[in-house]
Design a protein around this ligand. Sequence first.
Ligand code: ZN
Length: 123
Amino acid sequence: MKIVASCNNCRAEVRLKKKASNRYELSKVVGNYVELECSTCKTTSKYHLNSFDAEKSKWIYFVYPFTILLSVLSVIYLWEILAKTMSYGVIVTPIVVFNLIAWAVTSSYEHKVRYFNKFLAES
Ligand SMILES: [Zn+2]
């Protein structure tokens, strides 16, 4: 999860390199205002905590494609066992497990992002 605001000057993404689960927790670390330099236009501005939003990091978009890849690989790897035993559980079980893990990872991550954005800091 990344904590970002948009630059007051050029609207580019300004990233706050701190970890916090909500704005209140963040205010205890950095105060209500943070001075940051935009990496695009090099302007330094003061941002109120409420101008920051939590956004998903890029890796979260690779969870499901990676799960599909793992599923395909497991089918290829387990194909011979399936041919011998004729039990589809051999192939279905790992696919179900991979998808459940992917679902658990992405949904708890999305919950964290929503939780951060839900509450505003005192102004
Ligand atoms: Zn800028």
